[in-house]
Design a binder for this molecule. Sequence first.
Ligand SMILES: NC(=O)c1ccc[n+]([C@@H]2O[C@H](COP(=O)([O-])OP(=O)(O)OC[C@H]3O[C@@H](n4cnc5c(N)ncnc54)[C@H](O)[C@@H]3O)[C@@H](O)[C@H]2O)c1
Ligand SMILES: O=c1ccn([C@@H]2O[C@H](COP(=O)(O)OP(=O)(O)O[C@H]3O[C@H](CO)[C@@H](O)[C@H](O)[C@H]3O)[C@@H](O)[C@H]2O)c(=O)[nH]1
Length: 432
Amino acid sequence: MKIAVIGTGYVGLVSGTCFAETGNTVTCVDIDQAKIERLVQGEITIYEPGLEKMFLKNLRDCRLKFTTDLKSGIQGAQIVFLALPTPSGEDGSADLKYVLGVADQLGYLLEDYKVIVDKSTVPVGTADKVRAAIAKHAKVEFDVVSNPEFLREGVAVEDFMKPDRVVIGASSDRAKKVMGDLYAPFVRQGNPVIYMDEKSAELTKYAANSFLATKISFMNEIAQLCERLGADVDMVRRGIGSDKRIGKRFLFPGIGYGGSCFPKDVQALIKSSEEVNYDFQILKSVERVNEIQKTHLIPKIEAHFNHDLKGKHFALWGLAFKPNTDDIREAPALYIIQSLLNSGATISAYDPEAMNNVKVLLGDSVKYSMNPYETLKGADALIIATEWSEFRIPDFEKIEQILKNKVIFDGRNLYSRDDLKEFGIEYYSIGR
Ligand SMILES: NC(=O)c1ccc[n+]([C@@H]2O[C@H](COP(=O)([O-])OP(=O)(O)OC[C@H]3O[C@@H](n4cnc5c(N)ncnc54)[C@H](O)[C@@H]3O)[C@@H](O)[C@H]2O)c1
Ligand SMILES: O=c1ccn([C@@H]2O[C@H](COP(=O)(O)OP(=O)(O)O[C@H]3O[C@H](CO)[C@@H](O)[C@H](O)[C@H]3O)[C@@H](O)[C@H]2O)c(=O)[nH]1
């Protein structure tokens, strides 16, 4: 099948590459000329395990193409995916200007029947708005379908190739058939395609992200309670996670959820609820708890240093919002950095993939190190903000030798207090 993907960000690039991998011819379109030039040259623009190899293979085999020209990009395509940004607007609602802007252009450009698919995360009712925007100028038949994306950064290729489910919101049988054919290779792997109406599909995406964010904030509150009552959140997590109704996953407390999705999608669902006069109380609390959690380590650090951080120097391990990605959007590490800098402290940071992105954002207000141990020189403490696997079993002897003050503040609960006691390192973590 011939398909077009508009937007070559995270979702566009991963889905375009994976659709090419399953035998389709895919043209990806983006307005960012520099990005398209890099992609055409075979330079991958995001770090995502497993993606580069698949990307290069399909580029070489001409199943994957890139252009800045929307008109030629959609030529001959049966399906046009919109993988465009839907950032938070000023009031927290999802800003649809990118999606509706492209929909408007598509109205002029369509020359034959196509299925236009919202892959972006969009509020309920957007499929109708996209349909209306295209219909204003379209001279041919078309259908609009909602097909939200559930991939996680860091495991995006696996999530895309073996999804738990594919949700398709479509009211036209013709569009359902086209989408069914596209996803047939995924169905053959035994994964369900769930058909529904467009509005339910749109809400399913927000409900999934909001539910997962709720699990995390709930566990972060249990962790707060553990610290006050002397319980161990790891034990509580294992105790409740083995109940199949609760499940083991997404119960890890930490320094709050970040990334490009949970913060904005929780906010957008609260806003959508307000628009229909519904006060989504649980979600408002989920958001409040997360705000507090992002800087939960700071009071511990302040108390340890008698509330005077001026002139203190900190080693920071981890900048990405989670491991296996270079994405720093809403990364909790950024909030920690800002708070420490505001208190007059200095920071040496290390991240295996995200340092270049942080350099662009923060310049040299932070010192960057080539490896984790280099950050420790002259540091008053080590702070851990991302659970990269290389931080999980470090050389504690080396840490003890290099750190000026033998103390670790761990926002991801990577170590056990007893292990660190052996090395004479003081240890603070979350909910333990
Ligand atoms: N990042 C994720 O893990 C993820 C997962 C599931 C769903 N989503 C949703 O998917 C959507 C896209 O997210 P993303 O992270 O891929 O976004 P992104 O910001 O990484 O990329 C969006 C791309 O769209 C391009 N673009 C903007 N306007 C354009 C236009 N008029 N024509 C062509 N290209 C244009 C930008 O240049 C950019 O390359 C969002 O709605 C997001 O919520 C994201
Ligand atoms: O037990 C957990 C699990 C996650 N997190 C944090 O939650 C955030 C989000 O993590 P994750 O969901 O793994 O990453 P994303 O790539 O943002 O993926 C989410 O957002 C995407 C965009 O909508 C969806 O497609 C995915 O299904 C959804 O998991 C990160 O800051 C994690 O550190 C925790 O604190 N504890």
